[in-house]
Design a protein around this ligand. Structure first.
Ligand code: APR
Length: 230
């Protein structure tokens, strides 16, 4: 019997317990940095060195972080479900935890791509994480492989398909502020159960099962619910 599809939509809160800053919580990244200077297309054009520096710092933070029990709990659910993770996060913690299917909507922190040939994407290695506007790979300048504000979200189409195919849909650790990612739960078929794990949940449609708790506790509770133990 084919396994049912469990589709996850995760945001920064998924990685909070790994010590990675969220964006809009108190002390979050957007309180420390002017978001439109370090994470927008205009900001990158204006001051590419600042943007490279911002992402260099986040790569060094990521190197010190480990997947948390929430990431690992999602991997454990692969025993019972075909689990597909759609994430707004640019960290690689879902992959490092062992998730087999991870779709990044906003890019990947540990990758850069050619400015001249955008299809050329390069994985950065721990001993060479820092880039600048003068970094050259294969003869080309490179940029963070991140979807900046004001740029299109290329993976939205496959993400919508996954949401539409979900037999269970779970939103974890996102303030549902940023579109189009925030619209994914509206593509879930009627009757498919939707859960939302977040200690400070944003308003969601009636019928969504809100688990008002952190990712680690929430994923463990979700697993008990899905396995009929709760
Ligand atoms: N477990 C689960 N959720 C948590 C935890 C935790 N331990 N701690 C905080 N949260 C929740 C917060 O309550 C909030 O709802 O995580 C969410 C973080 O919201 P944001 O900081 O807005 O992060 P996110 O929704 O992922 O932002 C979306 O905005 O700046 C852009 O590209 C960036 O991908 C990001 C996008």
């Amino acid at each position: 019997m084919a396994k049912k599809k469990l589709v996850i939509s995760s945001g920064a809160g998924m990685s909070a317990e790994s010590g990675i800053s969220t964006f809009r919580d108190a002390g979050g990244l957007w309180e420390q940095y002017p978001v439109m200077e370090v994470a927008s297309a205009d900001g990158f054009r204006r001051n590419p060195a600042l943007v490279h520096k911002f992402y260099n710092e986040r790569r060094h933070d990521l190197l010190k972080a480990q997947p948390n029990a929430g990431h690992l709990g999602l991997v454990d659910l692969e025993k019972d479900y075909d689990v597909y993770v759609i994430t707004q996060n640019v960290d690689d913690l879902h992959e490092r935890a062992g998730s087999k299917h991870v779709l990044h909507l906003h890019g990947e922190l540990m990758k850069v791509r050619s400015m001249e040939h955008p299809e050329r994407v390069y994985q950065l290695h721990p001993e060479a994480l820092d880039t600048t506007p003068d970094t050259i790979i294969d003869g080309d300048h490179v940029r963070p492989h991140i979807v900046f504000f004001q740029e299109a979200v290329p993976n939205m189409e496959p993400a919508v398909e996954l949401a539409h195919e979900a037999d269970v849909f779970v939103v974890i650790g996102t303030s549902l502020n940023v579109y189009p990612a925030a619209s994914l739960l509206h593509y879930v078929r009627p009757g498919v159960p939707v859960y939302y794990i977040d200690p400070n949940p944003a308003p969601v449609p009636a019928g969504v099962h809100v688990l008002k708790m952190g990712a680690s506790e929430g994923v463990a509770k979700l697993a008990r619910i899905l396995r009929g133990q709760e």
